[in-house]
Design a protein around this ligand. Structure first.
Ligand SMILES: Cc1cc2nc3c(=O)[nH]c(=O)nc-3n(C[C@H](O)[C@H](O)[C@H](O)COP(=O)(O)OP(=O)(O)OC[C@H]3O[C@@H](n4cnc5c(N)ncnc54)[C@H](O)[C@@H]3O)c2cc1C
Length: 512
């Protein structure tokens, strides 16, 4: 029997989960309302162990510099770049916030979490080359994407991506775009840094504490039933405002809160695998993130890419992610997660989604079963000379895509973005979905504040503008401010002098 504990607390804010989202929201709140008391409950032993961990995501600073699925070809053949613009603007918000934190000494050593890295898109075949050229023409005219280059010249491509070009016969058209201002972000390191900072600001962080239930009390607070996993006791903690930042665990918690806004929503879990190169000689032959095109029938989050990464103080090379299907909602979750997320209110939505997504589910199940050699074949589309013994498989994080009823898609439509779901009175909010994810955490957490604290936003605006000078403005339309922000964030985050950055990183590595 579980023992009840007499530990009870009341605070202003409770953040559930110690991932990058709670870390970001907590840090923003500590700047704008430092007097508010914040508690965090995380079921694992440390911060940033689920999707935010560096081994569980691809570490791309998503700014739409290379992801082909952010720009779609319209029926008339023109390219719609509106999504790319949105995502780029949102990434600039993150860059400004991180710069503010570094400039003010709230976190240090930016190279520990962000590194400059060229972002490239790579396509093969005449039609795809044509698409990439049109995409390049549309983007490179836009101030947000200045500096992008296009080439279909094999000798130029050899300069940019020798590992990918070696061993290729030039019998098929091939082309790439490249932009120097891309980044590799270690979201795990960033999350840990932010939690260290929050701890220094007296935020009460409780690891090994699993939130089992959420209920509204008569006095209008939210009361959480929390299991202390070390002591095996159950505690009660209440707050005026609760943020459900449980990643894949958020849907279950949202359902427990019982708010009407959380009804008729389901989750579709997608697992991930990367291949990691264990041969330093191969790792050294590549520098950049190279995104390809998703295969027909494959979901957008399984776009293959070959990435230089900076993880555990080492330069690494990762390929993937291979998407797959498992019923877990968290990497450390349970095989019952999918079944237990089906409730009377979302049953029809889930059944409709099941019927609509038979081909996708089949694709994902087949992907899970792929042998290493089959995965090597996919890798060889990027690196023709890749050797099996140079590559190992690592299991990445789980993503839970939102399923809901929409006007455009009908019942049970699968969504690929992130969604903030909040109670009408703003007392509780949850973040669902996983894309573009951690890169846009600051924008999304500002959205949480906008939705939950609309009356306070005016009063908070000057501080938000101090942290994020472009807040409320379109950078695309304010090119002077854009140039200023590009220059100052690159300077503060140490992204300007690439040679110095790489040798500094080598230095850090040598000393590590
Ligand atoms: C394969 C893959 C590749 C990705 N690539 C990128 C990328 O390149 N760039 C990018 O920007 N984003 C990427 N993402 C998305 C990104 O990782 C996520 O959007 C982001 O990490 C989500 O952060 P979070 O804080 O919401 O969740 P998480 O980091 O998962 O944190 C949630 C936390 O809540 C805890 N928790 C859950 N339930 C409970 C409970 N009941 N009680 C207490 N604690 C609980 C969990 O243990 C966990 O620590 C990728 C994701 C995956 C899976």
């Amino acid at each position: 029997m579980v023992e009840m504990s007499n530990r009870e607390t009341k605070t202003d804010v409770i953040l559930i989960g110690a991932g990058v989202m709670s870390a970001t929201l907590g840090t923003i709140l500590k700047e704008i309302v430092p007097e508010w008391e914040i508690s965090v409950f995380e079921k694992l032993a440390n911060a940033g162990e689920e999707s935010s961990n560096e081994w569980n995501n691809a570490g791309t600073g998503h700014a739409a510099l290379c992801e082909l699925n952010y720009t779609v070809e319209k029926p008339d053949g023109s390219i719609d770049i509106s999504k790319a613009i949105n995502i780029n603007e949102q990434f600039q918000v993150s860059m400004q916030f991180w710069s503010y934190l570094v400039k003010n000494g709230l976190i240090n050593n930016p190279h520990e979490f962000i590194m400059p890295l060229p972002h490239m898109s790579l396509v093969q075949g005449e039609q795809n080359v044509e698409f990439l050229k049109k995409r390049f023409e549309a983007l490179s005219k836009n101030p947000l994407f200045q500096g992008m280059e296009f080439s279909d010249d094999p000798s130029k491509l050899m300069e940019w991506i020798p590992l990918i070009m070696n061993g290729r016969t030039p019998d098929e058209p091939i082309a790439a775009t490249r932009i120097e201002t891309g980044t590799d972000v270690n979201f795990g390191a960033l999350t840990r840094m932010l939690f260290e900072h929050l701890e220094s600001k007296n935020v009460n962080i409780n690891y090994n504490h699993s939130v089992d239930d959420i209920k509204r009390t008569n006095d209008g607070l939210w009361e959480l039933k929390v299991r202390n996993l070390e002591k095996g006791t159950v505690e009660r903690h209440s707050a005026k405002f609760v943020f459900i930042g449980g990643g894949g665990g958020s849907l279950h918690l949202l359902q427990k809160s019982g708010i009407p806004e959380g009804k008729h929503i389901g989750g579709f879990p997608v697992s991930g695998l990367f291949m990691v190169c264990n041969n330093p000689e191969v790792v050294d032959q590549h520098l950049g993130k190279v995104y390809g095109k998703a295969k027909v029938g494959a979901p957008p989050m399984s776009v293959p890419h070959l990435d230089t990464r900076y993880i555990d103080n080492q330069k690494s090379l990762l390929f993937g992610p291979f998407a797959g299907f498992t019923p877990k909602f968290l990497k450390n979750g349970s095989n019952m997660d999918l079944i237990t997320s089906i409730k009377p209110d979302n049953l029809v939505t889930m059944l409709a989604a099941g019927a609509k997504n038979v081909p996708l589910t089949k694709y994902l199940i087949e992907q899970v079963m792929l042998s290493k050699e089959k995965r090597m074949e996919e890798l060889r589309e990027f690196i023709p000379e890749a050797k099996s013994e140079d590559w190992d498989i690592v299991v990445a994080g789980q993503r839970v895509q939102v399923i809901k009823d929409t006007e455009a898609g009908g019942k049970g439509t699968l969504q690929f973005g992130t969604e903030v779901i909040n109670a009408a009175d703003g007392s509780i909010a949850a973040l669902l979905g996983a894309s573009p994810g951690a890169s846009t955490a600051v924008h999304v957490m500002l959205q949480v504040l906008n939705k939950c604290f609309p009356q306070q936003m005016k009063e908070w605006e000057p501080k938000i503008k101090e942290m994020i000078p472009s807040y409320g403005l379109s950078l695309m339309k304010n090119t002077e401010l854009l140039d200023e922000i590009h220059a100052s964030t690159a300077e503060t985050l140490g992204l300007t002098d690439k040679e110095a950055v790489y040798s500094d990183k080598t230095l850090v590595l040598a000393n590590a």
